[in-house]
Design a binder for this molecule. Structure first.
Ligand code: NDP
Length: 455
């Protein structure tokens, strides 16, 4: 395997670095995309701070510590046997136990989980809490499954995963397709197998070790991050017209905090289409969506029908006039064309609730237009930060109040924003939040890895 090492006279160029990544990780486009976005920011910094690339650090940081792949077998209600793929990618534990969500979605594969695990390293570092980076999941599709099928699948998934996790080793959480219901079933099975009640998974119900504000944290944190960016331009969220995509956990609580802070939420969506409410979604409407999605597992088109709103079938929200955008569904939901449409329609700020929702060409459009653009690894770090607070409360066997957790979450988002500004300042005084998040997240990991030696 070719190893790129830093020499005093030679700088590391992006092309040879990425050629090496592609050769070592064939057929993993999402992973290549995530590494390239990161390397574009980090390599110039490393070339100026050559010590950070000593001891093969860049090669080591882009290779997962461990990839666990396993079979998940389960029987449906008609007694038909199904076999799914299960994974856990333990990417890097330089600064703390592995930490990152589990995703259940038919699009899950190794490339997707490696991209998510890689981003998680730097996101977790930005929170200032001691958490390494990991991600896992399955190509299982929870849609249309009965309650007992979901439970059986979660139990079978945990029957293998439990060997590889632990409160000081690896602490999973939810992600797409894994909400409080699935976390409950996963945790129940872990507890049965290990016969211990520990903080081995976060996002637990409040009755059995969960933290207040954890369900709200990612969405609330994303809005707090946007608020901080707007302050740098002497603006606030009041009256801002916001496009939100998705209608799951992140989208719901992004919309809730936006309403609380006086902004107007124009859209919500799912993988079938977008609902557009020009006057702005009300609190009553949001309650309806929360019940529809969380309890009745319905489609967003039913929301449009109920309130007689415009339903844009098979469309994403990005062609609508707006001030701000909060992509909160999935990766690559904003391409170059979508990004240009947002700019043309008046968008002045984007905060990513989802992970890597904007592809690398889309990011370039935002950067060229010099709008406020916060990448997911900074803007949506509030979720994992509050998971970190859940781990602390579990260790202390103590529960903080709602106000206490939200105050800590708010402070962490302000601190992440400040770090991005510190590392992302351009010569003209503007802030490149992509550069800031990538470099700030990287420096801490690099220092820890150098201190810990080649292991
Ligand atoms: P949920 O499963 O609760 O909701 C996901 C939403 O996105 C649903 O509305 C879903 O629609 C939509 N969606 C999923 N896949 C696609 C797709 N391929 N195309 C269009 N729409 C899609 O997940 P979360 O809200 O938890 O996660 C959303 C994003 O936020 C993900 O990128 C996740 O990684 C990220 N994130 C989540 C955190 C958390 O704390 N939950 C923390 C940090 C980031 P449908 O029902 O039709 O599938």
């Amino acid at each position: 395997m070719a190893i790129l090492t830093k020499s005093k006279s030679k700088t590391i160029d992006l092309k040879s670095f990425m050629d090496n990544i592609r050769q070592r990780n064939p057929n993993e486009p999402e992973f290549h995309q995530a590494v390239e976005e990161w390397a574009e920011c980090v390599l110039p910094y490393v070339n100026e701070n050559s010590k950070l690339a000593d001891f093969g650090l860049l090669e080591r940081i882009t290779e997962p510590d461990r990839v666990i792949s396993f079979k998940v077998t389960w029987m449906d209600d008609q007694e038909k046997v199904h076999v799914n793929k299960g994974y856990r990618v333990q990417f890097n534990n330089a600064i703390g136990p592995y930490k990152g969500g589990l995703r259940f979605h038919p699009t899950v594969n190794l490339s997707v989980l490696k991209f998510l695990g890689f981003e998680q390293i730097f996101k977790n570092s930005l929170t200032t809490l001691p958490m390494g980076g990991a991600k896992g999941g399955s190509d299982f599709d929870p849609k249309g499954k009965s309650e007992t099928e979901i439970m059986r699948f979660c139990q079978s998934f945990m029957a293998e995963l439990y060997r590889h996790i632990g409160p000081d080793k690896d602490v999973p959480a939810g992600d797409i397709g894994v909400g409080s219901r699935e976390v409950g079933y996963l945790y129940g099975m872990y507890k049965k197998l290990e016969n211990e009640h520990t903080g081995v998974i976060t996002g637990k119900g409040i009755e059995y070790g969960g933290s207040l504000i954890r369900p709200e944290a990612t969405g609330y944190g994303t809005v707090y991050f946007m608020e901080e960016m707007l302050k740098t331009k002497d603006k606030s969220l009041k009256g801002m017209r916001c496009l939100v995509s998705g209608s799951g956990n992140v989208a719901q609580f992004t919309a809730e905090k936006l309403l609380e802070l006086g902004a107007k939420v124009l859209t919500l969506s799912d993988s079938d289409g977008t609902v557009y409410c020009k006057k702005g979604i009300t609190r009553e409407m949001l309650d309806y969506v929360m019940d529809l999605k969380n309890n009745r597992r319905g489609r967003i088109s039913e929301f449009a029908e109920k309130y007689d709103l415009l339903y844009l079938k098979d469309e994403k929200p990005w062609n609508i006039d707006c001030d701000l955008a909060f992509p909160s569904a999935t990766q690559n939901e904003i391409n170059e064309k979508d990004a240009q449409a947002l700019i043309d329609n008046g968008c002045i700020g984007v905060a990513e609730g989802a992970n890597m929702p904007t592809d690398n060409d889309g990011i370039k459009v935002f950067q060229k237009a010099k709008i406020l653009y916060a990448p997911g690894k900074a803007a949506n770090a509030g979720g994992v930060a509050t998971s970190g607070l859940e781990m602390s409360q579990n260790s202390l066997r103590f529960s903080w109040t709602r106000e206490e957790v939200e105050k800590r979450l708010h402070q962490i988002m302000c601190d992440i924003h400040a770090k991005c500004v510190e590392y992302g300042k351009n010569k003209d005084g503007s802030v490149d939040y992509v550069k800031g998040a990538n470099i700030a997240g990287f420096v801490k990991i690099a220092k820890a890895m150098l201190a810990e030696g080649v292991v």
